[in-house]
Design a protein around this ligand. Structure first.
Ligand SMILES: Cc1ncc(COP(=O)(O)O)c(C=O)c1O
Length: 444
């Protein structure tokens, strides 16, 4: 008998709960509880004897899950939410059962080959050739770090350093870029953006200093959805032999929508990009596709060696060579499965649907008295403000609707002013339903 015996009935219970959750989605009224609320229930749940499967799973379904934010719900329009489709979610559950080691080809050949099909689709959308490739990492932060480390190695091989290395990016760059700069111990040169939140090539050119080794362009800024002038920044990168990285963690999913794709013109000349399937590509957490136009640039900077790794077949594609990691799950496979199942056209349509929903919500806001649209939609982000509500009243309104499950719409700050922000990544979000909640802001 196995050391850890677990009855089939308990496996059934977990699988049947999983099935129900995939088919019915999260409960929109769920949300974080305080430590004081959780501790009496979860504190002490690890004991010498164990509490048994029933009790432990009940803690999961009755306490843990209800105390989490239902990002996957169509009314969840804050931060950059997530909208995993049932195919990707179901497959993720199956993947979890396989325990595939996808750090190197020896461990995960089939899984890696399939993940690479999904990366190929993304590289094709960018117009990149056969040399392109990369890896799925846990999130955009790690993807940005891995790309920018590759950028610095690449630059170091081409030119001696001229002072303290620096990354040039927009003031609107995601917080992860500042975090990456701290980890890499390099400076950030932050370029002011225009009224729409875009970094122009001209502003970047003015801010450029010879110590810069990479430009990070927003391909969908988190706060505003703005896409920087990628083509102009590619010119600047070419003029000074700089690496151009696109942070498309949120926005680059829209490459799949032919109607939106032109905003990314110039991407074919970038050196790397990231896009998170767990944001706008309908895959579950956690997954970020990191793609290099020339995969060898990633491999030159990354990869680990050691006597215990010498047995690994180096002639094949080893995902651990392309980012800062070794062991990894095949986290790109749920995207692969859903793409293989539905086809890429369905993805383009779903993205276009969210863009259309954002447009319809923006139009609805324009028709409302006492509500001012501030910016957007850019990609699928809209900023707006109720003109007669104080900041405190905005907070209160957001909290009431979050708690009721009607809408997760939280404030952000734009140009020093508190505004509401919507970011739509769920193809099932209904503009009419959202507008019916937003109307309460206009006190009609
Ligand atoms: C533009 C952008 N870059 C990077 C990130 C970081 O991604 P992650 O949260 O997956 O680390 C985010 C997250 O929202 C983002 O919007």
């Amino acid at each position: 008998m196995a050391v850890f015996s677990f009855p089939e009935s308990e496996v059934d219970r977990i699988l049947s709960w999983t099935q129900d959750r995939i088919l019915n989605g999260p409960d929109p009224t769920h949300g974080a509880q305080s430590h004081a609320e959780l501790e009496p229930v979860l504190g002490g749940s690890i004991t010498e004897e164990g509490m048994g499967a029933d009790a432990a799973f009940a803690l999961f379904t009755e306490t843990i899950v209800p105390s989490t934010r239902p990002f996957g719900h169509p009314t969840s329009l804050s931060f950059v939410a997530s909208a995993p489709n049932p195919a990707a979610l179901s497959f993720d559950a199956a993947l979890g059962a396989t325990g595939i080691f996808a750090g190197n080809w020896d461990g995960g050949a089939g899984a890696i080959h399939a993940e690479n099909q999904a990366l190929r689709w993304l590289a094709d959308l960018a117009g990149w050739g056969d040399q392109a490739g990369g890896v799925f990492v846990a999130g955009g932060t790690l993807g940005n770090l891995s790309a920018l480390h590759a950028a610095r190695s690449w630059k170091d091989q081409r030119a001696p350093r001229q002072g303290r290395p620096a990354i040039l990016c927009s003031k609107e760059a995601h917080s992860s870029i500042a975090a990456v700069a701290r980890v890499m111990d390099v400076d950030l040169i932050e370029v002011p953006s225009d009224a729409a939140g875009r970094m122009s090539a001209e502003a970047a050119r003015q801010a450029y200093e010879p110590r810069v080794f990479a430009i990070v362009a927003n391909a969908g800024a988190t706060n505003s959805g703005a896409v920087d002038d990628i083509a102009g920044l590619a010119d600047l990168a070419e003029d000074h032999a700089l690496w151009l990285h696109l942070d498309g963690a949120y926005g680059l999913a829209a490459l799949a929508d032919p109607g939106t794709r032109p905003v990314f013109d110039g991407i074919d000349r970038a050196h790397s990009f990231i896009v998170d399937p767990h944001k706008w590509l309908f895959a579950p957490y956690d997954s970020c596709a990191l793609v290099y136009r020339n995969a060898a640039d990633g491999a030159n900077a990354h990869g680990q060696s050691g006597p215990y790794l010498d047995v690994v077949d180096k002639t094949h594609w080893n995902p651990s060579d392309y980012a800062l990691h070794l062991t990894r799950r095949a986290r790109g496979l749920p995207l692969w499965y859903a793409l293989a199942t539905h086809g890429t056209r369905a993805y383009g349509k779903a993205i276009a649907q969210t863009v259309a929903t954002a447009r319809a919500i923006a139009d609805g806001l324009d028709a409302m008295p006492r509500v001012e649209r501030i910016l957007g939609p850019q990609l699928s982000v809209i900023l707006f403000r109720p003109t007669e509500l104080s900041d405190a009243e905005m907070d209160e309104w957001a909290e009431i609707h979050r708690r009721s499950g009607a809408l997760l719409c939280l404030p952000t700050v734009w140009r020093g002013e508190k505004v509401f922000r919507l970011c739509i990544v769920n193809a099932d979000t209904s503009a009419d339903e959202v507008l019916s909640v937003l109307r309460s802001l206009s006190r009609e």
